[in-house]
Write a protein that binds this ligand. Structure first.
Ligand SMILES: *Cc1c(COP(=O)(O)O)cnc(C)c1O
Length: 457
């Protein structure tokens, strides 16, 4: 295979501040071994998240200058609306300041006590907004989606058999909607196949339940359909995207992901009455329906980004990046989730640090080791994030202890990724010196953001 090059040239650059290992040891100590508490200036390669961290194109920056900041009826809104309609086929388009604002509005109206939302996997903010409304959320991921080391093409699929049985058990009347998250962020950025979306739609239709798509990474999902699912190799990405959305009654979107924007989001749907109710709430919490929590310039940047993200050279480079890093790590025996997801590479910290017991947070120990070794910032997705305490005060661990390396869009080049691989491999060779972690202080909810820790022993 020929090298797949970055499909862009660089016109504007941001300096990286380099630190020495000694400096990083001090920085990490002052941040209580929690990289969320480190200044981004002290990070060499920042893989904390792919959300809002994309590099915008020259066309998007030009769009920023074209933004019309009128309170009502801005042409920037009409351009945004037309783009979202074109991509999703959904006539009612509501801008919001980010994905969770769309979720808050949608679930405030459709949720509530006694309601149950079914999904392949609900993202944390989606689940939080569902539960905040008083409703319940149930994840029905396919069996292969639960095994990091077993490769399968569509590990984000919803389990169709369990979908049927859960609808039978709960009753369609209590299920406001089924939500398909593409790609499945919390499940390793794994895609959902068109066949699975179509079948889920068919089940929903039979029971009269609406189906929504959490569309944050719709273009990455479409690329996986094109390259992995029979019959789609020759179909252009916008057509695949259109087919995906054609099965849905509505969608929520964070433009901080597959729209290359630093902020933004939207809700889109077919149902007129529901859209009107959403707009009524929007006016209270976000703003007038033609800007909804965004500046006119943001609407321009999103409209342009939504088109750029469907370009095939970009998607080829994007998915090649995670695949390339995964391959390099596997060649050295580093335990890594397979196959690579769309937006991130996941290390299996339990296998990486077998001697660190789960109640000493192997994921967080590895996150700290990677920062010390090479100034790379990553995030633990394991028992620090999802662990709970049992009635006797002992840790009830998460199912998996993972470390996520999320790749910002269009930000890093191949040499940055080579450096990341080198740092991980060096850390792997020195893994026997890595100590576990103990929590000193923690908040009652979402503790991973602010917890203070120290190494044990
Ligand atoms: C990021 C994300 C959201 C929430 O979007 P924000 O813009 O961060 O509020 C919802 N669902 C998924 C799958 C996401 O990745």
């Amino acid at each position: 295979m020929k090298t797949i090059i970055e499909p862009f040239r660089i016109k504007s650059v941001e300096p990286i501040h380099f630190t020495t290992a000694e400096q990083r040891a001090d920085i990490l100590k002052s941040a209580f071994f929690n990289p969320f508490l480190i200044s981004s200036q002290d990070v060499i390669i920042d893989l904390l998240t792919d959300s809002g961290t994309s590099a915008m194109s020259s066309a998007q920056w030009a769009g920023i200058m074209m933004g019309d900041e009128s309170y009502a009826g801005s042409p920037s809104f009409f351009r945004f609306e037309e783009t979202v309609r074109g991509i999703t086929g959904m006539p009612r388009v509501i801008p919001t300041h980010q994905g969770r604002a769309s979720e808050k509005i949608l679930f405030s109206i459709t949720g509530g006590a006694g309601k149950v939302f079914l999904s392949n996997t609900l993202f944390d903010t989606t689940r939080a907004n569902i539960e905040f409304s008083g409703a319940e959320g149930i994840d029905l991921i396919c069996p292969e989606g639960l095994h990091p080391s077993i490769p399968a093409p569509f590990k984000g699929n919803i389990d169709l058999i369990r979908l049927e049985t859960e609808i039978g058990r709960i009753g369609a009347d209590c299920i406001p909607m089924v939500i398909i998250t593409v790609t499945n962020n919390s499940g390793g950025g794994q895609p959902v196949s068109m066949a699975n979306i179509r079948s889920a739609r068919e089940i929903c239709r039979r029971h009269g339940i609406p189906m929504y798509i959490d569309a944050c990474r719709f273009a990455e999902n479409a690329w996986f359909i094109k390259t992995r699912e029979e019959g789609y190799a020759d179909v252009p990405i916008p057509e695949i995207v259109r087919e995906m959305f054609s099965y849905a009654d509505g969608c929520t979107m964070s433009a901080k992901k597959d729209a290359f924007a630093n902020i933004g989001g939207f809700l889109a749907m077919h149902d007129d009455n529901l859209a009107q109710e959403c707009r009524n709430l929007l006016i209270i919490t976000e703003g007038f329906p033609t800007y909804g929590g965004l500046a006119g310039r943001d609407l321009e940047a999103i409209a342009i980004g939504l088109q750029e993200v469907m370009e095939e050279p970009y998607l080829r480079y994007r998915t090649r990046t995670t695949e390339y890093l995964t391959q390099k790590l596997m060649e050295e025996g580093v335990p890594v989730m397979q196959p690579a997801g769309g937006h991130a590479v996941y290390l299996d910290a339990k296998a990486f640090l077998p001697k660190v017991h789960v109640d000493q947070y192997p994921g967080q120990a590895l996150v700290c080791a990677l920062y010390l070794q090479g100034g790379i910032r990553t995030v633990e997705i394991g028992s620090l994030m999802f662990g709970k305490y049992g009635s006797d005060g002992s840790l009830v661990p998460a199912a998996l202890e993972l470390v996520r390396l999320a790749i910002p869009r269009r930000v890093y080049t191949q040499s940055h990724i080579d450096y990341v691989a080198e740092v991980i491999i060096d850390t792997y060779h020195a893994r026997h010196n890595i100590r576990g972690m103990r929590i000193l202080e923690e908040a009652p909810l979402l503790r991973h953001f602010t917890a203070k820790l120290e190494p044990v022993g």
